[in-house]
Design a binder for this molecule. Sequence first.
Ligand code: HEM
Length: 357
Amino acid sequence: MASRNAASLYTLVLLSSIVLLLLSHFQVSEAQVKPPIVKGLSWTFYQSSCPQLESLVRNHLKKVFQRDIGQAAGIVRIFFHDCFVQGCDGSVLLDAVSPNDESEKDTPPNVTLRPEALQTIEDLRALVHKQCGRVVSCADLTVLAAREAVFLSGGPNFPVPLGRRDSLNFSVAGTDNLPGPFSKTGGLLSAFGAQKFDTTDVVALSGAHSFGRSHCGAFFSRISPTLDSTMDSSFAASLQAICPTDSSPNTANLDVRTPNIFDNQYYVDLMNRQGLFVSDQDLFTDARTKNIVVSFAKNQKLFFDKFSQAMIKMSQLSVLTGKQGEIRAKCSATNGRKTPSSVLSSVVEDMEELTQF
Ligand code: HEM
């Protein structure tokens, strides 16, 4: 009897050691997956000030995407256009100061940002500030929403460091840095290279065109008056049916195979000459990027890993942290800008915050 007890005690100790060993292994490998981050950001930034932040964002977006899956792509594009211009500081969300003025949102690359996706970021702001007070920035909410948009559409679930603050200004001139759809690979490599992205990053980030849509003007000259020789002719015929003129209000899907799913089919499209923009298709023509396209088309996990790394990198471009900038009470206006409606909404919110403490 005593020896049986000793044997089961021994088995118990052995089993617990194996469990502990496995646990410590997983902790180490998770820590290894997280890349270095810029000063001021943290993987646990809201742990005490808003511990429920990530679940609030995920649950809200699940409901939004059930109603309108197109907003997932819309949010990821807003993230890109925010980070690429003056850094991830919420500058793209700001309205112009006066009706005669213009903001980043009024410039050509941004007029096609989806208004309903911009509204969803503001709705997240209101929801989160109601629960936690005015502690989470619009810049952080944009990054978190983009991560969720990718994940909830079938893409990778990657961690994002947090702690960004919102800008006090925007840069209309900075939107010139956004590459256009008629850019060739050389142009993309220099535009992204200027922000320290390498060739693999550029091909991986272009994979965000795995979902979402485009208006006709961004590809019309490829299908009319003559057909772009790098485009498959039946694909071109389907685009001609959607876009009778370049100003037609219709839209075409960016990924002809799985338009609403975040996966690697975009690269399969490119290999079949079904990329929508010059900037997409040229990645399969240019010798510097062709093999990367093929490797992503063959291996979705490789694409997801490289995409996640590049997104984490993008999410840290020129961020404001610490005492820089502010936490906006409304994503479309700086706190100092007093329009009648912002005065009212910030008073209401300050009162809501006071009742929390
Ligand atoms: C490589 C250079 C890029 C060019 C030239 C480019 C250009 C464009 C253009 C012209 C559109 C169509 C907009 C419209 O007509 O509504 C678009 C859509 C989109 N872009 Fe890009 N883009 C680039 C890179 C990126 C990157 C890096 C991301 C994100 C990481 C991204 C995410 C998206 C998404 C998700 C859409 C669909 C938006 C929607 O459905 O509302 N793009 N892009």
